[in-house]
Write a protein that binds this ligand. Structure first.
Ligand code: ZN
Length: 494
């Protein structure tokens, strides 16, 4: 029998095997006939078979005619379950480098499954938690690692707080290490305590994520002390303001969030381009990565868009909906009195910010991605995909964007030898996507997209399967559960 028809025969046999049961790991899982986009920026390739054994990628087998000719036909893979990925794209599971585990919003309880299920359904297999209830986050990390809950992998970076002295800062770093933290998140810290805590953290091999805010410290301190990643963007334009101080109006009060977010929209224009270029170069030289979280401030440049996102209809939990409403007591809900002029400033702010992110990349900087959802009209998971769209608006090629959301984030976490690749030996964290994300990143949204096929409108898209640690989750089932959860919660509150 000629080789090619044997291959076709075996391919057909694989297609008849059973798909996995959602939430149940099998000994050997085969993803058959996929087009693969890896997490290292290389082009799409396929068709390929991906063999998963327990929780590892055991093999990635090329099925194209040339590869099969060389291999002498297709090797038969005995699998306990098969996902037919014909016409589908397989990517490494997405990593959300700026996440918050949230079981309440504004003091009202919100079920953790709501957030975890949406993350998985959006293709997120790993999160870096940068501030939540630390003990609970560590417990969820353990339960996720043991496969007891449907959840992404969790890396816990507790919020550091504001120690009074350098000694107290060092002691607190040791205490967090003792608790089992994977890293530390700093926010609103003084320079001397930042220097001490970073020094102690380096000794204990803890990574550091810094949300600078408008503080005493800026990107020069991150460069000097060795921060792993700058979150958002604060501290970067600030480091490039010629006279070293932001030109806020005399009535400005940092603790008034409307003031804070309104005038943040004026900061990028204050940065001197030549100085900014030096700051970005110094970040590259010092290996300070940048996780810009482009999605989280989008409401500032287009409030109506943020307030009317289509997935709110079925999937916005009433507790989160309530939290999003303008309210000075809820962090990030600063929109009372938001004006068209504020939006115009923020649109310019975004243009300059995006240009700086591009420049950082061109200089060789490491760019990651995170959604910071649960604030400012951004829903978990959906926010990360929106962030990917905004990276496209910033000018990045989709291959690079997928790399930023997978391989680069793995690098920021120090997990690049285990996560973020479709490669034998790596963890079996993969997503099977209905459609081509290189053509349209919107196919990643669980709500899907409309396409014209043979003259007819069809609903398609979405992540079909999210495989985390070898456990396959059927994303449409997760979203059906979320929809039910939201409907029931609305029944109680409305
Ligand atoms: Zn955050």
């Amino acid at each position: 029998m000629p080789r090619i028809s044997l291959a076709l025969l075996l391919a057909a046999a694989a297609a008849f095997a059973q798909p996995p049961v959602s939430g149940r790991r099998v000994h050997r899982l085969l993803i058959h006939n996929a087009t693969v986009v890896d997490g290292n920026g290389t082009p799409a390739s396929g068709p390929k078979d991906i063999v998963i054994e327990n929780n590892l990628i055991a093999d990635v087998i090329a099925l194209d005619a040339v590869s099969m000719q060389r291999a002498g036909g297709r090797q038969q893979v005995q699998a306990d379950a098969v996902i037919d990925a014909t016409g589908k794209y397989v990517l490494p599971g997405l990593i959300n480098a700026h996440a918050h585990l949230q079981e309440e919003r504004g003091g009202k309880p919100q079920p953790i499954e709501y957030e975890l299920d949406i993350w998985l359904a959006c293709g997120i297999t790993t999160i870096r938690d940068v501030g939540s209830d630390t003990k609970r986050a560590l417990e969820l990390r353990r339960m996720s690692a043991e496969g007891q809950i449907a959840a992404p992998r969790i890396f816990v970076y507790p919020m550091f707080g504001r120690p009074k002295t350098a000694d107290a800062a060092r002691a607190h770093v040791r205490e967090l290490k003792q608790m089992g933290a994977d890293g530390i998140k700093i926010l609103g810290i003084d320079r001397d305590t930042m220097e001490a805590m970073e020094d102690e953290a380096h000794k204990l091999e803890l990574r550091i994520a810094h949300h600078a805010g408008v503080e005493e410290t800026n990107a020069w301190d991150d460069i000097r002390f060795g921060t792993t990643s700058i979150e958002h963007w604060y501290g970067i334009p600030d480091a490039a303001i010629p006279d070293g101080v932001q030109h806020f109006p005399s009535t400005y009060n940092y603790n008034n969030e409307t003031d804070r977010f309104r005038y943040a929209g004026h900061l990028w224009r204050e940065a001197d381009p030549e100085r900014l270029s030096k700051v970005l170069q110094a970040m590259v030289d010092a290996h300070v990565a940048w996780d810009p979280t482009l999605d989280i401030y989008e409401a500032s440049r287009d409030l109506q868009r943020a307030q009317t996102q289509p997935w709110f209809h079925d999937y916005l939990h009433p507790v989160l909906e309530e939290y999003f409403r303008p309210n000075p007591a809820n962090h990030g809900s600063y929109f009372i009195g938001w004006t068209s002029s504020d939006e115009v400033f923020w649109k310019e702010n975004y243009r300059l910010w995006m240009a700086a992110v591009r420049q950082f990349d061109q200089k060789g900087g490491l760019i990651g991605m995170g959604d910071d959802a649960g604030f400012i009209y951004q829903m978990y998971g959906f926010g990360l995909i929106r962030g990917m769209e905004l990276h496209q608006e910033a000018g990045f090629h989709p291959l690079k964007i997928i790399q930023q959301a997978t391989g680069n984030n793995a690098r920021i976490l120090g997990q690049e030898e285990r996560l973020g690749r479709v490669r034998a030996g790596w963890a079996a964290d993969l997503i099977v996507v209905n459609g081509n994300p290189l053509e349209n990143l919107k196919v990643l949204y669980p709500t899907g997209v409309e396409e014209i096929r043979n003259g007819k409108a069809v609903h398609t898209g979405g992540v079909e399967w999210t495989i985390k640690d070898g456990i396959p989750y059927h994303a449409p089932e997760l979203m059906a559960k979320v929809k039910q959860m939201v409907a029931e919660a609305r029944g109680v509150t409305r």
